[in-house]
Design a protein around this ligand. Sequence first.
Ligand code: URA
Length: 238
Amino acid sequence: MRRLDQLLANLGYCSRREARDFLRAHGVRGGDGARLTQPALKVEAATVRIDGEPLDHPDGLLLLLHKPLGLVCSHDRREGPSVYDLLPPRWQQRNPGITSVGRLDKDTSGLLLLTDQTALVHRLTSPRHHVEKRYRATVDRDLPPGLGEVFAAGTLHLEGEDAPCLPARYEALGPREAFLTLTEGRYHQVRRMFAAAAGATVQTLHRDRFGPWGLDDLTAGQWRILPLDTWSETSTRT
Ligand code: URA
């Protein structure tokens, strides 16, 4: 059971202070159909209806977004247009807030997960859990033979970092194009790995897989809601 004003505020309908007015302005009803007017009332979220509609994902959200180029994964307005601008305004008022599971650079497109579940963010980003992320990269020069072994060895050092990259899987798609599959997510990792191992500059970068998920038919800017319990499928090693 949760306090009604807290519940409405956490789901982004209004602030706690505005709850009384919100309850006057909307038909908010409990499981027995009775109108709820007292902000302090304790309610079962699953039974509440607002103007006939169930509450908007009261148990949390997990989204799969096809991130377009040019958007940042930051809540800081000063960094420019962000992936959060693609979401319904009410979701931006939720508490806990929605955050990305790791980040994609402004110049990277593709599969981005977003959630308000902190434990899930940790689970999906911690290298300990070996969740695979696959990137498709094009580069500015022909990729040398033997690059797959270099990435697989787990000995590649990125500038300024002590620990070598974990083993990564490389699949050449053409002389200047490849898939690279990682189980960690360091800053600009794919770009830095191609630079370190091949002296190559990544020109386009797109993530098409994250754990068990693919983009399927989502076009850039579109997202879909994933069931919160699907993520347990990504559990591999602990
Ligand atoms: N590696 C990068 O260099 N950029 C990304 O956005 C993701 C992985």
